[in-house]
Write a protein that binds this ligand. Structure first.
Ligand code: ZN
Length: 464
């Protein structure tokens, strides 16, 4: 029973150490939740309710994986065995895309999202373009694949923003000519922006873009390679109407810039800006090969720049200008993209380490700035500004990272966040709570019994 003046709670936790944007690093933080949200957050708590669950280690807000293509997980390892380029990797990726159906994609995505939950991810931004059946023939229910992804996230216990992606062309030739969709790409295409919008309307999102509990819809322009400027308006308009996130791949490869300049006489960032695509609800994924004016456009529009450093390294993309983007006013977020690994701590530290390699100077981003990118900023970029921090009214997401593992042992409380961001891995995540609900306890997923076996079964089914 709560006393007059007290805030009611259903659950309570006492974090030995906790870090959050807005709170900083604090000891003995009492976290109370009513339903799926925090009702009260009290550092240096004096009175501890007896039911409070003690959380040793460092407690963080939920991590947001702002850029994912779930099916790319099936390629881990396989594509490391060969040489080649981004473009040869893309051919292997298309082979997997060709084989998936709604059932096999549900199984694969559920296991991939369960792997994410084990890594502390409480919300995923799924950049989804595998819409149609083989040959591009629509399914009887036109959003069957997207619905499978929403269901997969629910069954893995995490929230999802389904970034429904418009993908109309097979690329820009070196001379700037648009190439038609071909082969497996046919499954991605809706024909034009209006038909993309009609299919997305059938998803049944409400006025605010919600698809159901824990799921919301967002929009995506795959890239300037795949969507001609004249067709971008439908996608941008849909996102404005719903106040929904708008994501796009941007300048991941130098060849994209060359072809875009040949086609439109402007860089990809300038083309997106001209179409009205930039702004605080927008995320530009990769943002690797940018000109000075491009960086200004992203900064002045207060867009998000989503870095996916393990994928960008794996695909030999290059190192994006994270420091200059942040200085210009863009907000950094983090994604695991192709899932070369699923480890947002690794992604976060690589943003700083990439800057160090590029500039040969240390100390561009603090651990707190990197952690903010992986929590509050990432959630906001996915349309959940009320998540990613330990604060009253925020979604009650908690990620407990061990400070007694072989990687983190010896850390001192004052620099626990630095120890975690620069030294811990996804394997050090012990407990994960999503919206007040236990999803991972002591390193075990509570909803998917055996995540490695689920991954094995789902991936071998797709590859055989
Ligand atoms: Zn991507």
């Amino acid at each position: 029973m709560s006393q007059p003046g007290e805030v009611a709670h259903d659950r309570a936790w006492l974090a030995e150490l906790a870090w959050s944007p807005g709170l900083g690093l604090r000891a003995n933080v009492l976290l109370e939740a009513a339903g799926d949200r925090f009702s009260r957050v009290t550092p240096q708590a004096g009175q501890i309710p007896p039911e409070a669950v003690r959380l040793p280690g460092l407690t963080l807000p939920g991590l947001a994986n702002a850029h994912s293509h779930a099916f790319h997980r099936a390629l881990r390892g396989i594509t490391q065995a060969s040489r080649g380029t981004f473009w040869t990797w893309r051919e292997r990726m298309y082979e997997v895309a060709q084989r998936l159906d709604p059932d096999s994609y549900l199984n694969l995505a559920r296991s991939v999202y369960a792997e994410m939950a084990l890594a502390g991810v409480t919300c995923v931004g799924e950049f989804h373009y595998l819409h149609h059946g083989p040959g591009g023939v629509p399914y009887a229910a036109p959003n069957e694949m997207g619905r499978a992804l929403v269901r997969a996230a629910a069954e893995a216990g995490i929230r999802i923003t389904l970034l429904d992606t418009c993908y109309l062309a097979g690329g820009l030739g070196p001379d700037g000519a648009l190439l038609p969709l071909a082969g497996p790409q046919l499954r991605f295409g809706d024909g034009d922006g209006a038909r993309w919008a009609a299919r997305v309307a059938a998803l049944g999102a409400d006025e605010t873009g919600m698809l159901g509990p824990g799921a919301r819809a967002g929009a995506a322009i795959h890239s300037v390679r795949a969507v001609p400027p004249a067709q971008m308006g439908e996608v941008i308009g849909w996102s404005h109407h719903h106040g929904a996130p708008l994501h796009a791949h941007l300048s991941e490869q130098a060849a994209e810039n060359t072809a875009c300049l040949a086609a439109y006489g402007a860089t990809p960032a300038a083309v997106l800006d001209e179409a009205g695509a930039l702004g605080p609800r927008t995320s530009l994924v990769h943002a690797t090969h940018l000109t000075r004016p491009d960086i200004r456009l992203l900064g002045q529009s207060r867009s998000h720049a989503c870095f996916c450093p393990t994928t960008e390294a794996d695909l030999a993309d290059g190192i994006g200008p994270a420091g200059r983007l942040a200085a210009a006013g863009a907000t950094l977020t983090i994604g695991s993209d192709s899932h070369a690994v699923i480890d947002l701590l690794e992604e976060a530290r690589r943003v700083e380490l990439g800057e160090r390699l590029a500039t040969r100077e240390r100390g561009h981003f603090t651990a707190a700035e990197l952690a903010t990118a992986a929590t509050l900023a990432g959630h906001a970029s996915l349309g959940w500004p009320d998540a990613g921090q330990l604060a009253p009214g925020a979604m009650a997401d908690l990620v407990v990272v061990r400070l007694d593992s072989v990687r983190t042992a010896g850390s001192v409380p004052a620099s626990a966040l630095e120890s975690v961001i620069f030294g811990a891995t996804a394997g050090d995540v012990r407990d994960v709570i999503v919206g007040g609900r236990d999803v991972v306890r002591d390193g075990q997923h509570l909803l998917v019994a055996d995540v490695p076996a689920a991954l094995h079964d789902a991936i071998t089914t797709v590859l055989e």
